[in-house]
Design a protein around this ligand. Structure first.
Ligand SMILES: C[S@@+](CC[C@H](N)C(=O)[O-])C[C@H]1O[C@@H](n2cnc3c(N)ncnc32)[C@H](O)[C@@H]1O
Length: 261
């Protein structure tokens, strides 16, 4: 029998509570199939055959607990996604300053590198801090190797300048060149738990708050706004907004905000 046929309501509730408490992601009844698919994958990989045994494992093993949380994240992303935000920054930001930019739910790094290559192409000086709760995604970001499907939207001149083409078994892949990678630092950061001691000129927090409920979104926005310099820019995903939340930001474009001051 498949593991998904064996998960009962109490187990679903227990697991979704763990996920909510740890990452803020809401996996309610509507997301039951998603939770089941993700847990089934971990059960396959660990060779555990019942959900109750798997629950026991994550209570006893911090490593498997982390793997479980990682497995419940949705990491879909690609290069030059929602690029209007970056185009706006290129027109607006000060080239004389070294900019500090935070890609605050960076997944496997495409967002951070997309910003980096465009800022380099436009002679900005900057550092990008890319963070995520998922260790497996951060590992991919550090590696900087991507399949060609992910780079469809990258303009050719940028592709030629900042990416190396793979050969042999890697012929359908590209690697971000070291001269780009040197400006991007990947680090684990849980938006729900962490507070940044740094101050940023720009924060991207895109396509992650859709997985959170209102109290969690409020907490995340409060923390990120604290980490934003006065006059700094804050971007959420194109299908997201800050409606219903308290904040001291002004809307400057759809899903783009600026901190007053
Ligand atoms: C759909 S991806 C978005 C990637 C990129 N920002 C974009 O717009 O293409 C959402 C990312 O949010 C991360 N995430 C979810 N909960 C998080 C949390 N509490 N703290 C940090 N990252 C989180 C997931 O691991 C995932 O990689």
């Amino acid at each position: 029998m498949l593991p998904e046929t064996k998960i009962n309501a109490a187990q679903h509730q227990k697991l979704s509570r763990i996920v909510y408490k740890e990452s803020g992601i809401v996996l309610d009844e509507k997301k039951r199939n998603l939770l089941v698919a993700r847990i089934a994958k971990r059960m396959r990989l660990t060779g555990i055959s019942t959900v109750s045994d798997y629950i026991r494992r994550i209570s006893n093993s911090q490593d498997e607990f982390n793997e479980f949380i990682d497995a419940t994240t949705t990491n879909h992303t690609f290069f030059f996604r929602e690029n209007k935000h970056c185009e706006y920054l290129i027109k607006t930001l000060d080239r004389k300053k070294t900019l500090k930019i935070w890609s605050a739910a960076s997944s496997s790094g495409e967002e951070a590198y997309s910003i980096a290559v465009q800022l380099l192409a436009n002679s900005f000086s900057f550092n990008i801090y890319a963070s995520d709760v998922s260790s497996s995604m951060l590992k991919k970001g550090k590696k900087g190797v991507y399949s060609i499907e992910r780079i469809q939207k990258v303009p050719h001149p940028i592709l030629h300048t900042y990416f190396q083409k793979g050969t042999g078994q890697w012929r359908n892949h590209v690697k971000v060149k070291p001269e780009v990678q040197q400006f991007v630092t990947f680090e684990k950061f849980n938006l729900l738990k962490g507070k940044s001691s740094d101050q940023f000129d720009v924060i991207f927090c895109r396509n992650v708050m859709i997985y959170f409920d209102t109290p969690t979104r409020q907490k995340v926005v409060d923390n990120l706004c604290e980490a934003l310099k006065p006059g700094g820019y804050f971007f959420v995903g194109m299908s997201e907004n800050l409606h219903g939340l308290e904040h001291k930001l002004s809307l400057i474009l759809p899903s783009a905000y600026q901190k007053k001051g």
